[in-house]
Design a protein around this ligand. Sequence first.
Ligand SMILES: Cc1cc2nc3c(=O)[nH]c(=O)nc-3n(C[C@H](O)[C@H](O)[C@H](O)COP(=O)(O)O)c2cc1C
Length: 245
Amino acid sequence: MNETIDLLMQHRSIRQFKDVQLTQEQIKTIIKSGQAASTSSYYQAYTIIGVTEPQLKQQLREVSGQEYVENNGHLFVFCADLNRMYQSQDKTTQVKMKDNIENTEFFMMATIDATLAAQNIAIASESLGLGICYLGSLRNNINRVNELLDLPQYVIPLFGMAVGVPDEQPDVKPRFNFDAIYHENSYQFENQHVVAFDDTTERYYEERSFNTKADSWSEQIGRKLSNPMRMDVTDFVKKKGLNKR
Ligand SMILES: Cc1cc2nc3c(=O)[nH]c(=O)nc-3n(C[C@H](O)[C@H](O)[C@H](O)COP(=O)(O)O)c2cc1C
């Protein structure tokens, strides 16, 4: 269709990188591309932390249990940040702001802002021939990540992103049919879309070029969601002053 759409359609997460570090120029270019994303009311309510210290990377790898948190071209941690806005004001205004900053709406805005910037960074990276993998696994111990990165009140780590020169070429993973995802004018759930996608994913897992297995989307979801995960996140977020009201 065009180069941009072709690039989007070629996305696959990369979990094995060559031992080549991103240049400062590459880092600047992709971060600036991230910053160019739309942002709620011009708030820019996020901060991106690049992790360059080997020991810190290793500690974050321990949190995640995933080796590509340590072995990559660069590691970014995306944080929802309402601290910058708070600190920009005098004490009187800060008191007035708390009702907003500490509610769910602002927590959502900061999370959305950070995610939009991250996805721009993902696309910018891929356009430079780099590969990326988002890392929600950093929330396996969100308190530890908070401590390791020394994050203040109103700043929480959301996810990481490993970026680097790909050392693997995994298959593109299938997605739901268009009709399952796009509805006009009202929401509809039709189980036939799930059945069809289970069929698609079963074939994908059977036929892909590495790590073949017998599995389907709904089986995977059933397994994953039946075990409570990261139950400490709720209290953590409140402790940081966000999503409290
Ligand atoms: C917010 C977010 C967090 C993710 N966290 C991880 C992670 O911790 N480890 C991992 O290997 N992949 C992670 N992924 C990648 C997804 O597993 C992947 O995008 C999904 O399976 C689809 O595969 P694809 O990206 O290759 O198309 C994450 C993706 C997103 C969007």
